[in-house]
Ligand binder design. Structure first.
Ligand code: PGA
Length: 246
C-alpha cells in the first residue's frame, strides 16, 4: 500500500478527482465504488466542475455506493441516497440505470445485501474503489472486528461512529444499523484509493499503515492489496513515521 501526502485538503481532493478523470478517459465504462462523508466532498466538487467546464462525461460509467443506513428511506434527508444525489449523481450525466446505492428501507435487508453483491459481480467488479476512513479505522461501515472475508451485509454501527454522525439526525440519534459493502468485496476492487484528511484521522491512518494487519483496524487489510494507495493531507499523515514520502 502506497501513501501520497499532499500539502492540504484541496490538493488531495484535486489529485483524487484526477484519478477518476484519468480512469474515465482510459475506459468510459469503468465501474466505481464511492464513499460518502465529509472527506470526498472536495473530489466530487472537482468532478462536477470538470463535467461542467470540460464536458467530462460519466454517462457510461457504473457507480456503487459503499453503504447506507438501515431503516432510512431513499428520500430521507440524512440518507446517502440524498447525499449522493445532491453532491454528485444529480449534478453530472450519470445514467440512473447504472447508479447503485443500497436500499436502507428494503423490506428484506438480507436479500437487499445479496442483490447488491450480485449487482457488483454482474457489473464485472469494481475497477476503482474510493474509500474514506473512520477515526476507528473503519472502511465503509465495516467497523473494527469485521471479518476480512465479509460480504455486503447488515452491520451494527459502533457507538463512536454513531456519535460522529449524530448531528445529521433529529435528537442526535443516528441509526443503529447499516448496510455496508463487505471487506472481501472492497478488497476485490482492482484499484483502491483511500482518502483521509485532518488530524482526527491521523491515528487511524498510522494504525492502518504502520500497525499490525488486523481485523481490529479494518483499513489495515489494504496493506496486502496489490494496488491500494492512500491520499493524505499533511494533517492526516502527521502520526506517520519517516518512511512515507510525499
Ligand atoms: P468522513 O467519514 O469523511 O465524514 O470523515 C469517513 C468515514 O467515516 O469513513
Amino acid at each position: 500500500m502506497r501513501a501520497r501526502v499532499f500539502p492540504d485538503y484541496e490538493a488531495m481532493s484535486a489529485a483524487a478527482a484526477d484519478v477518476v478523470r484519468r480512469r474515465l478517459g482510459e475506459r468510459p465504462s469503468s465501474v466505481f465504488m464511492l464513499p460518502t462523508g465529509i472527506t470526498p466532498l472536495g473530489m466530487y466538487r472537482r468532478l462536477v466542475e470538470m463535467h461542467r467546464s470540460e464536458g467530462l462525461s460519466f454517462a457510461e460509467a457504473t457507480f456503487f455506493n459503499l453503504d447506507e443506513y438501515l431503516g432510512l428511506a431513499p428520500d430521507h434527508g440524512a440518507s446517502y441516497h440524498v447525499y449522493m444525489k445532491e453532491n454528485f449523481y444529480g449534478l453530472i450525466d450519470a445514467d440512473p440505470a447504472r447508479v447503485f446505492v443500497p436500499d436502507g428501507a428494503a423490506p428484506d435487508p438480507d436479500a437487499e445485501c445479496e442483490r447488491y453483491e450480485a449487482a457488483i459481480r454482474e457489473s464485472g467488479g469494481i475497477d476503482v474503489g474510493v474509500l474514506g476512513i473512520g477515526r476507528n479505522g473503519h472502511i465503509g461501515f465495516n467497523e473494527p472486528g469485521s471479518s476480512f472475508d465479509s460480504r455486503t451485509r447488515v452491520v451494527a454501527l459502533s457507538e463512536s461512529t454513531r456519535q460522529v454522525n449524530a448531528a445529521d439526525f433529529e435528537a442526535d440519534r443516528a441509526p443503529e444499523q447499516a448496510i455496508t459493502v463487505g471487506m472481501a468485496t472492497i478488497f476485490e476492487s482492482r484499484k483502491v484509493l483511500l482518502l483521509a484528511s485532518g488530524t482526527n484521522k491521523a491515528g487511524a491512518v498510522a494504525a492502518a499503515v504502520e500497525g499490525d494487519v488486523s481485523e481490529s483496524v479494518p483499513a489495515s487489510m489494504l496493506r496486502s492489496h496489490p494496488s491500494a494507495v492512500l491520499f493524505l493531507d499533511e494533517d492526516a499523515a502527521s502520526d506517520l513515521g519517516q518512511g512515507v514520502a510525499g
